[in-house]
Design a protein around this ligand. Structure first.
Ligand SMILES: Nc1nc2c(c(=O)[nH]1)N[C@H]1C(S)=C(S)[C@@H](COP(=O)(O)O)O[C@H]1N2
Ligand SMILES: [Mo]
Length: 443
């Protein structure tokens, strides 16, 4: 008798024989019955797991690639930009981050964060679809089986770790007792390794499982007519009556995913659509006027006061010595105006019109050449955000500015008054506020 039927009529006997496939003793028998009767959804089976796997495949590759690009965008090879301890090979990057097009990081990091958020329901559904495996008994059957389970642990542990740290970070909820940057980078490599192995191993199964159930059939089958997959791993031996069809489940997961995407994407857009970013933490009470855009670290938390800012001089150090400039002396230099976005690693971005002195002009004023780069230091109190090495390309780009004005108004204290750098296509964290010193470094 087919084992599924045996399960359906509720025979504990049939359930057990199929599950263990061998003679059973009292203890073993009890455990197997429990395992087989908890997970009874008729949807669980090779088709659902494969369909969710396919839905995740391309977006996860985009999340991985944009994540690695974000690492490259930090220019981790330059002094002071990457504090990751003992990164060795994991810290490799292959190219200088470009300065053109200026919206590049806005796009890659917006995609990284928005897709990461949108995939949460799909990942949860995928974990739900395979959850009986977590309670598989006996826990280890052979060396090969132990290895397979260890890989799955890295895969599931890796994705859960990356999603949890990423989401906490974009919600500016820094509760973990370690550096987000380091943990998310190391976690990424664990996940990427397990992900690549998993895709290579399971892709043939994915194709086979999807072919077994044509899309047309899935789309036209009602809840009442929804049957379990024919025999296969994960299929309940004792399935409950269906409460949702496969197309209904797809609509549920897809709808949840689209809703999350829709409620986040606004934080990357300029204009009225920004107000749709209900879940994003950076878009409330921005104030009025040209300085009404998100503030990551306020002047107050950075220990910057109006008095300190007013007593300020910019120190410019280079081959021809150190010079000091008042703000008025800087506004007397040739001024340039560019529309450039600030694009934070946390996914939000905003385009502003910046006016100020060209960084390349300052390099020249300090006696540097077009092959030199800048080291930027803030006069804020302490903190890891105070120092950034810009690449030669970033220091020399026409659009890279020491900005003094935004949207035609003086920078507000929270946005970096008296002066901040703004670099095309660079991550927001490299747009140093309250610049205290610029040093020309020959590359
Ligand atoms: N000195 C200093 N500059 C800084 C920061 C900081 O904490 N200190 N935060 C950075 C980060 S993470 C971002 S995204 C942008 C945010 O700029 P905003 O606060 O002007 O919007 O400033 C960057 N510049
Ligand atoms: Mo940021």
């Amino acid at each position: 008798m087919p084992s599924r039927l045996a399960g359906r009529v509720g025979s504990a006997y049939g359930t057990v024989t199929r599950a263990s496939g061998r003679p059973f003793g009292g203890y073993h028998c009890r455990v197997e019955i429990r395992e087989r009767t908890i997970w009874r959804s008729p949807l669980r089976g090779p088709w659902l797991t494969a369909a969710l796997g396919l839905a995740l495949l391309v977006p996860l590759v985009v999340v991985i690639v944009t994540g690695l690009l974000s690492y490259a965008a930090y220019e981790p090879g330059l002094p002071g930009n990457d504090a990751t301890p003992s990164k060795e090979l994991l810290g490799f990057y292959l190219f200088d981050w470009p300065t053109d097009p200026p919206w590049l990081y806005r796009l890659t990091q917006g995609a990284h964060v928005a897709l990461g958020i949108a995939l949460v329901p799909v990942v949860l559904a995928k974990l739900w679809s395979v959850i009986p495996k977590l309670f598989e008994l006996p826990p280890v059957r052979s060396v090969a089986h132990a290895l397979e389970r260890a890989t799955l642990l890295l895969l599931v542990g890796g994705i859960v770790f990356e999603f949890v740290t990423g989401i906490l970070n974009i919600q500016v909820f820094y509760v973990f007792p370690f550096s987000f940057y380091t943990a998310h980078l190391y976690g990424a490599w664990v996940f990427i390794g397990a992900f690549v192995a998993h895709v290579l191993l399971k892709f043939p199964t994915l194709l086979r499982s999807l072919r077994a159930r044509p899309v047309r059939e899935v789309l036209t089958t009602s809840t009442a007519d929804t049957l379990p997959d024919p025999d296969g791993p994960l299929v309940a031996t004792d399935p409950a009556p269906p409460t949702i069809s496969r197309r209904g489940a797809a609509a549920l997961v897809g709808g949840a995913s689209a809703t999350l995407f829709g409620l986040y994407i606004g934080q990357t857009l300029d204009g009225p659509l920004r107000r749709t970013a209900l879940f994003a933490p950076h878009d409330r009470d921005l104030g009025e006027g040209a300085n009404a855009f998100p503030v990551n670290k306020t002047a107050a938390t950075a220990g910057v006061t109006r008095e300190r800012a007013d007593a300020w001089r910019l120190e410019l150090a280079g081959p021809s010595g150190t010079r000091r400039f008042t703000r008025a002396e800087l506004t007397d230099l040739p001024q340039y105006t560019h529309d450039l976005p600030i694009a934070c690693v946390e996914g939000w971005s905003v385009s502003c019109t910046w006016t100020g002195v060209r960084l390349a002009d300052l390099v020249r004023l300090a006696g540097g050449t077009p092959d030199d780069r800048l080291f930027v230091e803030s006069f804020q109190a302490g903190g890891a955000f105070g120092q950034v090495s810009l690449s030669v390309g970033q220091s020399q780009a026409d659009e890279s500015l020491l900005a003094l004005f935004v949207g035609g108004e003086e920078l507000s204290l929270d946005h970096g008054y008296p002066a901040r750098t703004i670099i095309p296509a660079a991550p927001g964290v490299h747009a140093t506020k309250w610049v205290g010193r610029l040093t020309v470094v020959s590359a």
